[in-house]
Design a protein around this ligand. Structure first.
Ligand code: AMP
Length: 282
C-alpha cells in the first residue's frame, strides 16, 4: 500500500498503475466497518483501490466539530493495509485548497433542506472538495455510503450535471449489532448517550416495518417518538422521495426514504432507512 500526501504524487501513482479501473473511496478517516464496506466493494470491482483521508474544513460550519473531529491516521492506515487498499491520499488542507482558492462547486436544488438547512454551506464544502478529489484520482467508480443519504444524492447530481466521467456507487448502511448506524462521531458518545442514541435506528426500523405508504402518518410517528426520547434533541424527521428528496405528503405508492437527524448530548447523529412495501431492510 502506498501513502501519498501531494497531488503530484497521487497523480503519478495513479498513472503508474496503468489501469483505467480505479475505484475511489473518499473519507474523513477515523475509519470503521462502514468505510471498510466501501473499500471492499471497490476491491471487488476495481484494479486499483484509492482511499482519501481528509477532514475537509470546508464542510464544517463555524461552531461545528472540525477541531475535535477524531484523527487517527496510523490506525486508519493499518486498517486499510489489511483490507487490500492500494493507494491512500492523505493531503494537508493547503494541498487541496490552494491559497486564495475562490471556486465553489454548488448543487442548488437538493441542498437547501434537511442537512443543508441545519448546516449552512455544508454541501458546498462537500461538492467543492469531492470535485477536486475526483479530478485528481480520475476513478471509474467512486463509492459513497447511504448513511449520508443526502450527500450521495448531491454528489450524484453534481457528477451528472457536470459530466464527470465516473460512476457513483451507493453502498448500504453498516450498523452495529444493536442497530446504531456506524459513524466516526459515535466515538463522542458516553455510554449513556450511546444507549439513548439507539432510538434513532429503532424508530426508523419501526417505521419501515409498519410502512403502509402513509408518508404523513410515518413522519408524525417518527417526530413523536424521537421528540419524546429522553436526552435526544430532534433536528428533523422527514419522509421524502428518494430521488428528489422532496417531502412526500399523504399516502404514496412509491418507495420513500425516512431521514432523521438529532443531537444526543453534543453529538449530532443522522440515520435513514428505505420505506417500501414487501421489503425487509434489515
Ligand atoms: P466520512 O468519513 O464520514 O466522510 O464517510 C466517508 C464515506 O463513508 C461516506 O461515503 C459515508 O457515507 C460512508 N459511511 C460512513 N458511515 C457509514 C456506514 N455506517 N455505512 C456505510 N457507509 C458509511
Amino acid at each position: 500500500m502506498e501513502v501519498v500526501v501531494s497531488a503530484a504524487d497521487l497523480r503519478a501513482a495513479v498513472s503508474a498503475s496503468r489501469t483505467a479501473r480505479v475505484g475511489f473511496v473518499p473519507t474523513m478517516g477515523a475509519l470503521h466497518d462502514g468505510h471498510l464496506s466501501l473499500t471492499a466493494r471497490a476491491r471487488e470491482e476495481s484494479e486499483l483501490v484509492c482511499v482519501s483521508i481528509f477532514v475537509n474544513p470546508l464542510q464544517f460550519a463555524p461552531g461545528e466539530d472540525f477541531q475535535r473531529y477524531p484523527r487517527q491516521l496510523e490506525r486508519d492506515l493499518g486498517m486499510l493495509a489489511e483490507t487490500g487498499v492500494d493507494l491512500v491520499f492523505t493531503p494537508q488542507a493547503a494541498e487541496l485548497i490552494p491559497a486564495g482558492a475562490s471556486t465553489t462547486v454548488r448543487v442548488d436544488d437538493l441542498t437547501q433542506h434537511l442537512e443543508g438547512a441545519s448546516r449552512p454551506g455544508h454541501f458546498d464544502g462537500v461538492t467543492t472538495i469531492v470535485a477536486a478529489l475526483l479530478h485528481l484520482v480520475a476513478p471509474w467508480r467512486a463509492y459513497f455510503g447511504e448513511k449520508d443519504f443526502q450527500q450521495l444524492a448531491v454528489v450524484r447530481r453534481m457528477v451528472r450535471d457536470l459530466h464527470f466521467p465516473v460512476e457513483v456507487v451507493g453502498c448500504p448502511i453498516v450498523r452495529e449489532p444493536d442497530g446504531l448506524a456506524m459513524s466516526s462521531r459515535n466515538a463522542y458518545l458516553s455510554a449513556d448517550e450511546r444507549r439513548r442514541a439507539l432510538v434513532l435506528s429503532a424508530a426508523l426500523a419501526q417505521a419501515a416495518a409498519s410502512w403502509t405508504g402513509d408518508a404523513g402518518a410515518t413522519r408524525t410517528q417518527l417526530r413523536s417518538t424521537l421528540g419524546a426520547a429522553p436526552g435526544v434533541r430532534l433536528d428533523y424527521a422527514e419522509v421524502v422521495d428518494p430521488e428528489t428528496l422532496r417531502p412526500l405528503e399523504g399516502v404514496v405508492d412509491t418507495p420513500a426514504q425516512a431521514l432523521v437527524a438529532a443531537l444526543v448530548g453534543r453529538t449530532r447523529l443522522i440515520d435513514n432507512i428505505r420505506l417500501e412495501r414487501d421489503a425487509v431492510d434489515r
